[in-house]
Design a protein around this ligand. Structure first.
Ligand code: FES
Length: 175
């Protein structure tokens, strides 16, 4: 009975865009490990940032729901500490998984290619504000390593060439 209740709680709070995104599942496992303790909020936010590269509003609401905290408390903590990124500043975001499986399959080369091409480091945004680059730890898609999340879409088996093509496509269309 308790389990069924808990399942409902999970699905009700999972943002619709997250359907099939294993990162939410990993984060939920992590929160469960902390027994949904409210005093684990900072650790949970850290793990969320490692998974997603930044903390957007849907994600913070999701965490607030699970830890049974008011969203304002979660937003307050996330904005207070400078090490939390609330949004990619760019119009487009590219989050490269640097977990072990992705790393051994060349994720570092994908990061290096984008850093070189756009003159930014992971965690930064291009000066024109069009593109933010971030890295994350294992996002739960090791079977399709190296995985890259382009504007929230997990994409399989990326190479420096495929990543450059996608980002160039964004910038070419100027959106
Ligand atoms: S290491 Fe990249 S998805 Fe697991």
């Amino acid at each position: 009975m308790i389990l069924a209740k808990s399942r409902n709680r999970v699905s009700a709070s999972t943002p619709p865009k997250a359907a099939g995104d294993k990162r939410y599942k990993i984060l939920e496992t992590q929160m469960k490990r902390f027994q949904y303790r409210q005093d684990a909020l900072i650790e949970v936010l850290h793990r969320a940032q490692e998974l997603f590269g930044f903390l957007d509003h849907d994600l913070m609401r999701h965490i607030a729901h699970h830890l049974r905290l008011p969203p304002s408390r979660v937003f307050g903590v996330a904005t207070f500490y400078h090490f939390f990124n609330l949004k990619p500043k760019g119009a487009h975001s590219c989050v490269i998984c640097m977990g072990t499986a992705c790393y051994v399959k060349g994720a570092d080369k994908v990061v290096a290619a984008l850093e070189k091409e756009y003159g930014i480091k992971a965690g930064e945004t291009t000066e024109d504000g069009k593109f933010s680059l971030a890295t994350a730890r294992c996002i739960g898609a090791c079977g399709i390593a190296p995985a890259v999340v382009y504007d929230g879409v997990v994409t399989a088996r990326q190479t420096p060439e495929s990543a450059l093509e996608i980002v160039k496509g964004w910038l070419r269309h100027g959106s």
